[in-house]
Design a protein around this ligand. Structure first.
Ligand code: DGL
Length: 268
């Protein structure tokens, strides 16, 4: 049994779409979340820069006594997963492999992936999907403008639907059976994306399979917190304005957290 927190990171509010599943599926676990809003967005940065920022957050989470790190960001997973696994003394889990596995478990042969510019350019989803199922056909589409729609609290607006319709136009001609929401901001646009894709296309949020992997990994290493853990805490940190993270947490975590603070990270 291990009461230490699970550390979670994203470039911004998107990581809350993974936090809400972690909280529901692992209710005894303490969670420490860092939203790197001071450096948002990651999707337009170089791989080296994303690695440097992710590593600084990883070191902070280790200082906070995290027992495991979850990279709740596809962009950072693509750029930095193997570096963080090498450099940090704790297990590190990303969202891309679980997302790819979840998509293939639907039995689809034509899979779409939407993500940030970086995630799509990096090709990690395509490579992982082919690794798991060599004959799968993949249609990848960057949808970077949708990240800001979520970060700036514009989900559920006509403008959000317009941006989704424009960003996903490629799927009018290249049909897919399953679409991976390959950016943790996108599950908050699920309604708009489903509206554009039509009800026949299955949307996959990698958070669910990722959290199953977290659960298995904690259990295998005897790192699970005791059931009903009375010391459980959900602590949130933003490297930007804490009010922005608070707004997102009030909307998407139902305001259920213990602390929300600003964090100054030492640059490496
Ligand atoms: N939420 C992130 C992802 O899953 C990155 C968004 C961004 O900062 O561009 O890729």
């Amino acid at each position: 049994m291990d009461r230490r927190p699970i550390g979670v990171m994203d470039s911004g509010l998107g990581g809350l779409s993974v936090m809400r599943v972690l909280r529901d599926e692992l209710p005894a676990e303490s969670l420490t979340f860092v939203g790197d809003q001071g450096h948002f967005p990651y999707g337009t940065k170089s791989q080296a820069e994303i690695r440097r920022l992710s590593l600084a957050i990883g070191h902070f989470l280790v200082q906070q006594d995290a027992k495991m790190m979850v990279i709740a960001c596809n962009t950072a997973t693509g750029a930095a997963l193997s570096t963080l696994q090498k450099e940090l003394p704790i297990p590190v889990i990303g969202v891309i492999r679980p997302g790819a596995a979840a998509a293939l478990s639907t039995g689809a042969h034509r899979v779409g992936v939407i993500g940030t510019d970086s995630t799509i350019k990096n090709g990690a989803y395509e490579a992982t999907l082919h690794d798991l199922q060599p004959d799968v056909e993949v249609v990848s589409q960057p949808a970077q403008p949708l990240v800001s729609i979520v970060e700036h609290g514009q989900t559920g607006t006509a403008q959000a639907q317009l941006a989704v319709d424009k960003s996903l136009q490629v799927f009018d001609h290249q049909t897919v059976e399953t679409l991976i929401l390959g950016c943790t901001h996108f599950p908050f646009l699920r309604k708009e994306i489903q509206q554009k894709m039509g009800s026949n296309v299955r949307l996959v949020d990698p958070a669910f399979e990722t959290v199953q992997q977290v659960k298995r990994s904690l259990a295998e290493q005897s790192l699970l917190a005791p059931e009903g853990n009375p010391f459980r805490r959900v602590n949130l940190y933003s490297t930007g304005r804490k009010e922005d993270l608070q707004r997102g947490a009030n909307q998407w975590l139902g305001g259920r957290y213990n602390l929300c603070n600003h964090l100054d990270l030492e640059e490496e």
